[in-house]
Design a protein around this ligand. Structure first.
Ligand SMILES: [Cu+2]
Length: 375
């Protein structure tokens, strides 16, 4: 009720101001119509265009100075360099063209502003001009598109050559699970209908498929540096997207089908932690966290850099926190870690009558309780 009254009062005040303005205008004795822009109005608008141009350039320089540090560090995958190069060349061309066209656009709008007695020139066409402004974008765009297609084909070349590591990324609201193909490097069949939470078969592996026996299910992704990884993505519920920004990799996870992406990690986690951009970012983040800790805010433990797998499709209320840690390490470290993990056979198929067989240490049990508690 109060809101309605306030609104009514505001509307009445607005009407009163409008009426008073009208009366004021009518009371003025003037020779020319105030509704039509005169030379002085046009000139002012012309100068305002220059002011707007300065604003555009200013905000561009400001953004570069303030936010460049937010950009990702150098790519940590074999194809990442090509991807970045394509993006930076596209950015460069857009930046160059936009800087020049904005200046011309605003300058000409000022130069040919309305002036008493000035008439527009009728200009039918100019073949030469039209040819120039058609052929330049055609050549530039065709070049970018061809280069983009070539890069895309190279990146999306998923094959079984070079003995790739086969890893499944399984998405569900709101967490990730990874599955290694084991000694045979072949993932066992899986189906969402075979999921048996009570028996810890969280990914719905087909227990009758011999390929599933040596599969290893984990909540932390370890990758050996320099070895190609073929990812096979599945989703349990809605559209998710497996996004690994440091590796310049992203692929949608679609319920009912398997999507794929492949890349070779080239920089270990330890090496990336020494990258100047990362060192700087960690320093800035931890300075901020120290400030928050002083104010008694939660979640202020010092942060250490890690690669992450994020979800990049808004998939529900906890989408923002749907992530999994990725650790890139040497072949030896990777093999050592893998040897410590239990296979599907060891965790689920050994004794189907008890939940005790399930290894509580690898964290999948935590994931189970989350799965059942999420609405
Ligand atoms: Cu998601």
């Amino acid at each position: 009720m109060t809101a309605l009254l306030t609104l009514t009062v505001l509307v009445l005040v607005a009407i009163a101001i409008w009426q008073m303005t009208k009366i004021f205008e009518l009371s003025q004795t003037k020779t020319e119509n105030a509704e039509i822009a005169n030379d002085s109005d046009n000139k002012n608008n012309g100068y305002l265009l220059f002011a707007f141009l300065i604003f555009i350039y200013g905000i561009t320089i400001f953004s570069f100075a303030k936010y460049s540090k937010m950009l990702l560090p150098e790519a940590a995958s074999a194809h990442g360099g090509d991807y970045d190069q394509l993006m930076w060349v596209s950015f460069g061309i857009i930046f160059f063209v936009q800087t020049i066209t904005q200046a011309l656009l605003h300058y000409f709008a000022y130069k040919y502003r309305g002036q008493k007695g000035r008439k527009a020139l009728f200009f039918a066409d100019n073949d030469k001009l039209e040819f120039i402004w058609t052929i330049i974008p055609v050549i530039v765009l065709a070049g970018l598109i061809l280069w983009g297609l070539y890069t895309w084909t190279n990146i999306m070349d998923i094959n079984e050559d070079d003995d790739p590591l086969v890893v499944e990324l399984y998405a569900q609201q709101f967490n990730w699970t990874a599955r290694y193909a084991g000694d045979d490097n072949v993932l066992g069949d899986a189906n969402v209908r075979l999921i048996d939470i009570n028996n810890a078969n969280v990914l719905g592996l087909d227990e009758s498929d011999p390929n599933a026996e040596d599969d290893i299910i984990v909540k932390e992704l370890h990758l050996p540096v320099g070895r190609k990884v073929n990812f096979k993505m599945r989703s349990q519920d809605v559209l998710h997207s497996a996004y690994m920004p440091h590796f310049r990799a992203q692929m949608n996870c679609v319920p009912g089908m398997i999507t794929q992406f492949s890349f070779t990690p080239t920089v270990t986690t330890e090496e990336m932690r020494l990258n100047p951009d990362i060192v700087d970012k960690v320093k800035r983040t931890n300075a901020l966290r120290a400030e928050w800790a002083a104010e008694g805010k939660p979640n202020t433990d010092p942060w250490e850099f890690d690669y992450v797998l994020l979800c990049n499709k808004i998939c529900g209320k906890s989408h923002y926190n749907m992530q999994m840690k990725i650790i890139v390490e040497t072949e030896e470290e990777y093999n050592k870690w893998l040897a410590e993990q239990k296979t599907f056979k060891e965790t689920v198929m050994v004794d189907e009558t008890t939940d005790q067989a399930f290894n509580a240490e690898d964290g999948v049990d935590v994931e189970l309780s989350e799965t059942t508690s999420v609405e």
